[in-house]
Design a protein around this ligand. Structure first.
Ligand code: ADP
Ligand code: MG
Length: 696
């Protein structure tokens, strides 16, 4: 790709080229992310005002906006300062007043000469029983009636930018929009009844009625699709690029896996078996694997990861598994080592805490191939960590791992297959947007024998009661997590909150009964506290959200979360997933600071209603919007201007399959349609795709 196609230049020109947009307005528009004509075109109206012409104001019930032709009668200038200027007018049927505050009489006289006709449009109100229109939005001679749009689009605004200005500038931008060759699959376009790109823009900016603003309106749907399609082509390009790279076929003979299955205390679920097979199939080919394993907390992802790692070991290679925290890495080590030993496989831990000679010994063993599976934190990807024959990288619980970061990882490894595991069930549309470059395996079945978690809401005002209940539960031998809130985005204040709670609970439960973990603690202390809780020496573990992901203590059956209203639903669901792992009935107590907002209560009630992570995530998406659900900034999830992920899920799915098919049929985007898609990528500023194309 040599550069932006010339045909697009007008859309990327300076925004001040547009009618009515000067340097000051340009600055203001920047606040709503509009810096060039293209941005304006992609800012669609979010509402509209009906201004089609009526015979008389009697056709509406005030207050209402309407347009009528009037005959102008007498002018009534104000008798006192500060009083309004009034003009009596009549339509076909009745008379009313046009009202102006702080108006100069000569101006009103000129606009509305007595005896003449004008078309006026504005909001009609009743004041003291008299119908009046204060400062009409439009007053035009009958011959210029078409200056008033019958249905006027309403654009999002910012300070210093009016609807009129948006309208005018958008019309100018529309007139500069070129006709572009079609990039959408012709049969899809016909089937959906979508207009051409240019026609779609015209239509979307000139809605004829409120129905034209709905997401399924053909013009809007098409423009949304363009955006999603460009994104999915980018992901598909990234996927194709990864897959094209020479991989290593690691078939494995199943011997090690069979040993582990024999040593296992449980039978894998159907979903686990399916995922293991999907992964083994990928590993067995020389295409590079880039797969996501999605499964709710407790769905048993670790077992699947182990089977994947063993597959490459069987084939003579090595595998690495990275966890986001030290605690989790250690837990993986503890959980996996016995199984690895049963299979005669050497599994080691490497974290940031390994130092000096011991670390060096591990690195040497890795480089010789004596360690077959390495488990650890980010430390496993440090520069000086060299493997003899690394074939597979498993990245656990990385829901914050963006597309871009994954691509970097792929670029760094030699011929490494990648398996990313996420416990955050995200709605299908978001998953497609975020992980569209990956192949996905889903664990949609929970291991048997779990008892449902009882979830309850309680106000913090009842803290004493809660503590008393907790005392009797602990007396029965139960263990509890007590999660302190993220009041502020500062680890220090979280720590203070946690320490204070720790002191209070220790005073109640007694020395040695209560543990504490938070992000600011020295790692060794954190591990010690965790280990005591796992061993049942402490009964209550006060924690910040460091325990959020992955930690597994089957005997813990109570989860208390303070200020639950300040957490995201997905996070609460994750936290709750820490209990209900053993046979005992479990409880989750969501403590909130009263009063809860209506919305806040509804959110928490969803958790009471269901333990289905996917349902929770769908509800969360519907209530909060995509950006908030997975934190746009870190997630690598693009911000779409037109597409609505909540309501256009099906379009995203369509875009993904179409994009993959396109690249399968035309990998270099060299056909006529491929060329059109290139223009789309430029139009949608898919820089990453453009880079991939210029390299490949
Ligand atoms: P997650 O998907 O949250 O990472 P884990 O892999 O930690 O889940 O599994 C949670 C618990 O369930 C572990 O104690 C694990 O040994 C157990 N487990 C995994 N698969 C099964 C199964 N098929 N049947 C019973 N227990 C299982
Ligand atoms: Mg896990």
């Amino acid at each position: 790709m040599t550069g932006r196609p010339e045909i697009l230049f007008p859309l990327f020109a300076d925004i001040t080229a547009l009618d009515g947009v000067g340097p000051k307005t340009a600055q203001n528009l920047e606040h709503i992310a509009i810096t060039k004509p293209r941005d304006l075109l992609m800012t669609l109206p979010m509402g509209g005002v009906d201004r089609h012409r009526r015979g008389s104001i009697k056709e509406v019930v005030p207050p209402a906006t309407l347009t009528v032709e009037v005959t102008i009668h007498d002018h009534i200038p104000p008798k006192q300062r500060g009083r309004p200027y009034r003009v009596n007018v009549s339509d076909d049927d009745t008379s009313f007043q046009l009202v102006f505050f702080h108006a100069r009489g000569d101006y009103v006289q000129r606009q509305l000469p007595t005896g003449q006709k004008r078309i006026v449009s504005g909001k009609l109100e009743l004041f003291d029983g008299i119908a009046q229109m204060v400062h009409p939005d439009y007053m035009v001679p009958t011959a210029q009636a078409d200056e008033i749009p019958p249905y006027e689009p309403i654009y999002p605004l910012t300070a210093g930018v009016t609807q009129r200005l948006m309208w005018k500038a958008t019309r100018d931008a529309l007139s500069r929009a070129p006709d572009l060759a079609e990039w959408i699959d012709p049969s899809l376009k016909t089937k959906e009844g979508w207009p051409d790109w240019h026609a779609a823009l015209e239509a979307a900016h000139t809605p004829a009625a409120a129905t034209a603003l709905a997401p399924h309106d053909p013009a809007r749907a098409r423009l949304a699709y363009d955006e999603l399609f460009a994104h999915q082509v980018t992901l598909a390009l990234a996927r194709a690029q990864v897959r094209q790279k020479p991989g290593r076929a690691s078939a494995g003979d199943g011997a090690l896996r069979a040993k582990v299955l024999a040593a296992l205390e449980f039978a894998p679920t159907g979903a686990q078996t399916r995922a293991v097979q999907e992964i083994a199939a990928d590993l067995g080919t020389d295409l590079r694997m880039n797969r996501l394993l999605q499964g709710d907390v407790g769905s048993g992802k670790t077992f699947v990861a182990l089977m994947a790692l063993l597959t490459v070991v069987e084939a003579g290679g090595q595998g690495v598994m990275m966890a986001p925290t030290e605690i989790l890495a250690r837990q993986h080590l503890e959980g996996l080592r016995p199984l690895a030993e049963a299979a005669g496989v050497v599994l080691e831990l490497l974290t940031g805490r390994d130092k000096g000679g011991e670390r060096q010994a591990k690195l040497d063993a890795l480089a010789r191939g004596d360690i077959q599976i390495l488990v650890g934190t980010h430390a496993v990807f440090q520069k000086d960590v060299a493997f003899a024959d690394l074939r597979l990288a498993v990245i656990d619980e990385q829901h914050r791992f963006g597309v871009a970061q994954r691509m970097e990882l792929g670029a760094k490894g030699q011929a490494v297959d990648v398996l990313v595991m996420t416990a955050t069930p995200i709605p299908r549309s978001l998953s497609l947007a975020q992980y569209g470059d990956m192949d996905v395996s889903v664990l949609d079945e929970k291991p048997p024998g779990r008892t449902p978690v009882q979830t309850a809401l309680v106000s913090t005002e009842r803290m004493d009661e809660v503590i008393a209940k907790l005392q009797s539960a602990v007396a029965e031998g139960r263990q509890a997590y007590w999660v302190c809130p993220l009041v502020e985005e500062s680890e220090v204040s979280d720590m203070t909150a946690a320490e204070e709670r720790f002191k209070r609970l220790r005073a109640v439960f007694g020395e040695g009964q209560v543990g504490l973990v938070h992000g600011q603690m020295p790692p060794a202390e954190k591990d010690a506290a965790m280990a005591k809780f796992v061993a049942g020496q402490t009964n209550v573990l006060v924690a910040t959200t460091v325990i959020e992901v992955g930690v597994n203590v089957p005997n813990a059956s109570i989860m208390l979360i303070e200020r639950a209203e300040s957490f995201g639903l997905a996070q609460l669901h994750q936290l709750r997933g820490r209990v209900g792992r053993g046979a005992a009935a479990s409880t989750c107590l969501l403590m909130y600071q009263a009063p809860l907002t209506e919305n806040g209560r509804r959110r928490l009630e969803i958790l009471r209603e269901t333990e289905d992570g996917f349902r929770i995530s769908e509800e969360d998406l519907a209530m909060r919007g995509a950006g908030d659900v997975i934190g746009t900034a870190q997630s690598g999830l693009p911000r779409f201007r037109i597409a609505d992920l909540e309501r256009q899920t099906a379009l995203m799915q369509l875009a993904q399959s179409d994009a993959r098919k396109l690249l399968h049929d035309d990998p270099a985007l060299s056909t006529a349609r491929g060329q059109a898609v290139r223009a789309l990528l430029w139009l949608m500023e898919q820089d990453r795709a453009i880079r991939l194309l210029s390299v490949g």
